[in-house]
Design a protein around this ligand. Structure first.
Ligand code: 3MF
Ligand code: MG
Length: 347
């Protein structure tokens, strides 16, 4: 029986179109309006930053934060939506300017750990057992300013604190090689998985792979996913696309390289991704040129492309592929894939 997929995205994927060189170009949608879009587009999972759940989180007492999180959970229940994960946003506050867990100031590091433990509590309130760590500022602008080996143990220590805060919580490291930092401390899936094994409970530390982040590292997203799958540690994905080595583009899934997207869907299918409750997450941005009333199209299209590629994977002539492999005729295999993607029948 072929598996079925459940889809998620984050409220930040419906956005106003600002970029580093220009202001917003679209009016915002209120959080509740965004939640309705999930249903409308056939998504069931909501990815959260801690302050997507509780805006201006640092202004509230611990009790109030948890109370507000419970209100969000009630709203999710009403709409039959599910929280996929909570990610502590450790890159906007002034105390994270020099990094969060790896800041050179111990007070900043304390703040980052405290805020992360709070994110674990928020996750429990909104009914999910996953924390995603996109380690935005854990890296350096200037290599000599930090010690990467020490940084690794600081990241591991922070993860240990989250693991200790809740025995049911799982941590998903989302590697990315650069941006906003020149050089990140956990740039690839290999780094993320290796860090997981250094923690107090590696069975609860895994990873989330974003397609664009792999491409920015000069790697193929499906290989990065496969590496984590081989460790049984691929617990989340952020599907999107990326046109070469430039700023993080978060383009619609498959929009740059359809074959690369096919390979991602294929690797997920082959390793039963989703069957232990993993979500097909998107992390995509609408083009700045898009008008407000059609500013969800990138989400709809990315999901549609994923589903069409699932069909492509399931109808791929595997026996023919196996014959080419047995004959070591990879030119034939190459063309078999291209013809299949082009919708041509077998020769
Ligand atoms: C940055 C990202 C982030 C993370 C998000 C949740 C804004 O490149 O991909 O998206 O995915 O913070 O972890
Ligand atoms: Mg992402």
């Amino acid at each position: 029986m072929p598996g079925k997929y459940r889809f998620s995205f984050g409220p930040w994927n419906i956005h106003e179109g600002a970029d580093p060189f220009g202001p917003p170009v679209r009016e915002s949608f209120a959080f509740d309006e965004k939640l309705k879009v999930y249903k409308q587009l056939g998504f069931q999972g909501v990815q959260f930053h801690d302050d997507d759940v509780v805006p201006s989180i640092d202004r509230y007492s611990h009790t109030d934060v948890l109370k507000k999180a419970r209100e969000v959970k009630r709203r999710l229940d009403e709409l039959e939506l599910v929280a996929e994960f909570v990610a502590p946003r450790l890159w906007e506050d002034a105390r994270t300017t020099d990094g969060a867990y790896t800041s050179n100031d111990s007070r900043d590091r304390d703040y980052a750990i405290e805020r992360s433990v709070r994110a674990v509590e928020i996750a429990r309130e909104v009914g999910c057992d996953r924390i995603v760590l996109w380690l935005a500022r854990e890296g350096s602008y200037l290599r000599e300013a930090k010690d990467p080996a020490r940084a690794l143990s600081q990241i591991v220590e922070a993860i240990n604190r989250m693991l200790a805060a809740d025995r049911g919580i799982r941590i998903l490291i989302e590697p990315k090689p650069n941006e906003p930092m020149d050089q990140a401390f956990l740039p690839t899936m290999g780094h993320a998985i290796a860090a997981a094994y250094l923690t107090d409970d590696p069975t609860r530390v895994g990873a989330l792979m974003e397609s664009a982040h792999a491409i920015l590292a000069g790697l193929d997203p499906s290989d990065e996913m496969a590496f984590a799958l081989g460790h049984r540690k691929l617990w989340g994905v952020h599907l999107n696309d990326q046109n070469g080595l430039k700023y993080d583009q978060d383009k619609a899934f498959g929009s740059v390289d359809l074959r690369r997207a096919f390979d991602q869907v294929r690797v997920l299918e082959r390793h039963n991704y989703g069957q232990a409750g993993e979500w097909v997450g998107l992390d995509v941005k609408a083009m700045r040129t898009q008008r407000r009333d059609v500013s969800f199209a990138h989400l709809k299209h990315s999901k549609e492309t994923f589903e069409l590629l699932v069909e492509k994977v399931r109808t791929f002539d595997e026996p023919a592929a196996q014959r080419s492999i047995a004959e070591r005729n990879y030119e034939e295999l190459d063309q078999l894939i291209l013809r299949h993607l082009l919708g041509l029948r077998e020769r």
